[in-house]
Design a binder for this molecule. Sequence first.
Ligand code: ADP
Ligand code: ZN
Ligand code: ZN
Length: 757
Amino acid sequence: MAELYADIIVDISHEKLDRPFQYRVPPRLADKLEVGMCVSVPFGNGNKQIKGYVVGLSETVNFDPARIKDITGLLQKGPGSEDKMIELAAWIRKNYGSTMIQALKTVLPARKSVKKLEHRRIERLMNKEEILSLLGECERKKQTAKAKLLRELLEQEVLPYEWITGKLGVSAATVNSLVKAGALRVAVMESFRNPVNLSGTEGAGTNTGDTLAAKALSFDQAYIVDEILEEYDAGKRGTYLIHGITGSGKTEVYIRLIEEVVSRGRQAIVLIPEIALTYQTLLRFYKRFGERVSVMNSTLSPGEKYDQCERAKAGEIDVIIGPRSALFTPFPDIGLIVMDEEHEGSYKSESTPKYHAREVAGEVARLHNASLVLGSATPSLESYYRADTGAYRMFVLRERLTGGSLPQVHTVDLREELKSGNRSIFSRKLQELLADRLEKGQQSMLFLNRRGYAGFISCRSCGLVMKCPHCDVSLSEHKGGRLVCHYCGYTESMPKLCPKCGSKYISGFRAGTQQIEDKLKEMFPGVRTLRMDADTTRTKDSYEQILAAFSNGEADVLIGTQMIVKGHDFPKVTLVGVLAADLSLSVGDYRAGERTFQLLTQAVGRAGRGELPGEAVIQTYQPEHYAVVHAANQDYESFYQEEILYREMLSYPPAAHMLAVQIFAKEEERGKCLAKRLADMVKSMEAAGQAADRITVMGPTAAAIGKVNDIFRFVFYIKHTKYDKLVEIKDLLEDVLKVWAPRQESVQFDFDPVNTL
Ligand code: ADP
Ligand code: ZN
Ligand code: ZN
């Protein structure tokens, strides 16, 4: 049998990860040792036994085999947060496909050699009598500076150094001479940066005071808190899904649960999509947890991020709020993880390891024996399915606590508009309501749900969308006029006439927010507009600035992409127009319906948050589509029932699991060839499988965006009912790739992908 060698990290910190040490695996450990395990190894000249972690295994040795040392033995993992981090990284590696180093880099904070904030202070060492006699001496010798400092020390035992050398005007030399005389010392105090800078929040707090103070919970809120706590105190940990519209009091429930868990001596993590992490939310937590809460987000410097981890380790904070990376805060004993807006796509990492924060949160909860609470107004199919099948426990909050009523929704059939000669991007209903709002001085929002590319082809006369006959997703238009399926690679040529109704109005849909703004100004001269999209929000604060300007009434109409449907409340908005629901409905992937339902529900819910009732207009070529119909009725349950049928019928997640294998290549032919070889390998397993164990392979095909920065991208998809089977296939492909060792091509794995590549 070939010798086995292990790469071992002995100092577990982010910057040492790339320098593992190689050890020989003694035969008795050969079939036991796995990546992620904890071992004891001899280290250095003295061969001192120290603890290390296995990050890789190989049959080749990197240096003189005569000098390589043996692993001494396995060590049990302990309860420390470091061992938990290693275990988590090993889990991520296994379930998402990456190297152990990549997984460790994901879970460990990058240490930045930034200096801690230092305060110096002066501490008196002599008693008052001694100071007095020294003072007398200095006065006699006319040493006025020394005397000045000594007089201060008579009053106060401790003085801030900056104040002494600044305001008091005593030089550092003077301070030093008194240090030599033994009268005082200079102490250096270190502190961690606290990014929660809410100084002056007293004022802000009084403005919105009533919304920030602890509330008597409503009956439904109290029920949720009681039930979860009862299970918690009985030693039962679970995953709970709170299904409740915006404003139904979910955050209040989270805060109450966190208070209880913290009072039991444990810590809590609150995950929130970055874009939803507003000042208001932060303030609410700050009012309840004060200095014991911190944030983690992309605006923090690496030093600040690192400091938050140190504060968590040192027990200085109990609660952290942040986007998905906040999951990796090294708390010693996590009792609760909350994930708000759990359906958000941003919880999925788009770089290797392509983990989903919901699943990783589940694993962190398992490692710490914590409970997990998910919340959403429009739960992901995954979570609702699990609640439906009993894996999660679900609670529902039905009422909006802030008042306001659900808006009246008009669904406009754009095919009818065309028939009656209206070729504008605004339907007659929308024009009428916009004019009405402008006259009344009320605000409107126009929403273009443009997601990624939207190269689909539809008929403006009958609404037909060109779909793949095999995958039931929309075909996309590629250069050269061919229509392509992004899952299986099926193609057909672009039709000249609609195959269903024969009209010539069959084409791609193209409109941007800029165009909408121009058209709006043409139609309503003098209208004041604000635009929010990827272009207008490039700079750091522009997002908040646009929202603030709109909030202050500086515009009549806010036009934007999906960014505008999240976050802030605008009480003065009484009209929301969705310009083309079809844009997200026809993106070529299986989540298109779910995403459309979520976006439309959120968009519609933007109108009528205040005193005045709201209205919404949904413009679409497919008014009969279930995602549109149920969003218009704000009816999640009915949407779910139809959507899950579709997923079950076509074996899409969550009814089954799906692994995307992505191939990146410098040369198109080589990439194509590698993709085909890998896919063929999986297909040969497919043929051998039993019916219940059937593996389905779709593709390979060029990726939706086939070439980026001169790198060609190919993809194929594998579907199976069991996640573990896909992990097995991934492991197998990894092994094969080790042997083939392609030089110019690389391969990535994406489990249950959220975005098409
Ligand atoms: P969600 O997180 O579901 O959007 P929030 O917890 O933010 O809901 O609550 C919405 C609004 O209702 C907030 O202004 C909050 O202060 C208020 N609120 C929450 N719970 C109560 C309660 N029990 N009594 C009165 N007001 C409440
Ligand atoms: Zn047609
Ligand atoms: Zn297809």
